[in-house]
Design a protein around this ligand. Structure first.
Ligand code: SAH
Length: 395
């Protein structure tokens, strides 16, 4: 196994079990590891620190796996990590009200670069590091042993793979092609998922709990669901007795699927309006029309892909929230989210305060949303915490 020597003074993060070693922290590579090989990380004094995946194409040159020198990182090590992650979702899945969730969440489940989402009997996988790519035969075999899926489909995200110098392929890794439409259940609501064509790996299961929390306020209320995708917030609200829900999304496929999902759940289509449009434009149209709502959900895509983009993203979040606040009835609720890892809760509250001021509104934060249990945040890896939201009462 090849030794990677860390620069002096760069041990701290490794000792604190942060799983990333940036290329700038490396003093020396003793040999020529291939990308994806498992290497030993050694400090400047020559002491063992950890084992990890090596990749000279990536800014994160070593992704750490194991800190105990005595533990061998072999096939069984990966099988054990997969089994532990899958077992950790058993309570979530045992109630029977939900059969879709994230089974493996990369670094947060001690498997850097591996994401596995369950859609009933089908799995969607994202492989984002060259090290994990090499381990995939073992990972797939273990997933088959544990879950016996009907299909495992690779939905690897192109831009993340580029960072590791890897090509992108969306292929069937095991079993048959996933069907065009897989029926899943979340919070007892049924969704049609198109694993191959849908966004992300097909569905945004990270909002499962938040959809339920918002829906609890929706009985007898009108709601505007912005960035609705296939209707997570919309369906939960209608199911819980909302009087009228309007959903806005720019994706035609999302809107089409949302309409199917309304039928699938036998919800009253007369209470629902779907608009395929840009949210920023549509909010202005509503303003001109004098439309108002009791509840507005804002669940935009990631505006800040990195810390350097945060200022610009903050302005975009502010503007979006300001527009929404103007459409709320007095005392109405704004459920607003950010899935940008670079945006922390404190900054997000600041953005909301700024939006309230510009809108001439007063805002109370009445609940803080976060990501659900199947998207755990590892204490040594705060970067894994990306989803946050605020439930605001707006006066
Ligand atoms: N709330 C959804 C998930 C939202 S993901 C759920 O519960 O499942 C973000 C969504 O925003 C995607 O569906 C994407 O199509 C949509 N989107 C991105 N930019 C948009 C824009 N400018 N206007 C409208 N929709 C947009």
């Amino acid at each position: 196994m090849i030794d990677i020597i860390l620069n002096k003074g760069k041990e701290k993060a490794v000792l604190h079990r942060h799983p990333w070693v940036f290329s700038g922290a490396i003093a020396n590579v003793k040999g020529k590891p291939a990308n994806g090989d498992i290497v030993r990380l050694i400090n400047a004094k020559g002491d063992f620190m950890a084992y990890g995946f090596y990749n000279d194409q990536s800014r994160v040159a070593v992704r750490l796996l194991e800190w105990d020198e005595e533990v061998i990182v072999d096939e069984q090590w990966f099988r054990d990590k997969v089994a532990v992650a899958v077992a950790a979702r058993s309570e979530l899945l045992s109630s029977g009200s939900t059969n879709t969730c994230r089974l493996i969440f990369s670094e947060s489940d001690y498997l850097p670069g591996l994401i596995v989402d369950k859609y009933a009997d089908h799995l969607a996988v994202q492989v984002l590091t060259s090290g994990m790519e090499k381990m995939m035969p073992v990972i797939i075999d273990e997933l088959k042993r544990l879950l016996n899926p009907k299909s495992v489909f690779d939905k690897s995200d192109a831009s993340s793979r580029q960072h590791e110098g890897m090509e992108t392929e969306n292929v069937v890794l095991c079993g048959d092609n996933p069907p065009d439409s897989v029926e899943v259940k979340e919070n007892n609501i049924i969704y049609n998922i198109n694993i191959a064509e849908g966004q992300k790996s097909g569905f945004y299961c990270d909002q499962r709990d938040n959809r339920e929390i918002v829906a609890a306020y929706a009985k007898g209320k009108t709601m505007l669901d912005c960035f609705s995708y296939t209707g997570g917030f919309t369906l939960n609200a209608l199911h819980n007795g909302a009087t009228a829900v309007t959903s806005v999304d720019s994706s035609a496929l999302a809107i089409e699927t949302l309409k199917e999902n309304i039928k699938l759940n036998k919800l009253d289509a007369k209470k629902h309006t779907a608009i395929q449009s840009d949210v920023n434009k549509q909010l202005r149209v509503f303003k001109d029309e004098g439309a108002t709502f009791d509840i507005i959900v804002l669940d935009p895509p990631k505006y800040a892909p990195s810390r350097s983009a945060l200022d610009r993203a903050s302005r975009a979040y502010k503007d979006l929230n300001r527009l929404a606040m103007l459409l709320l009835n007095k005392g109405g609720l704004l459920a607003t989210y950010s899935c940008s890892g670079a945006m922390n809760m404190e900054t997000f509250k600041q953005v909301l305060a700024w939006a309230a001021l510009d809108a001439g509104k007063q805002v109370q934060f009445i609940y803080q949303f976060c990501q659900p249990e199947d998207h755990p945040v590892r204490s040594s890896f705060p970067e894994g915490e990306y989803l946050k939201g605020l439930l605001c009462r707006v006066f």
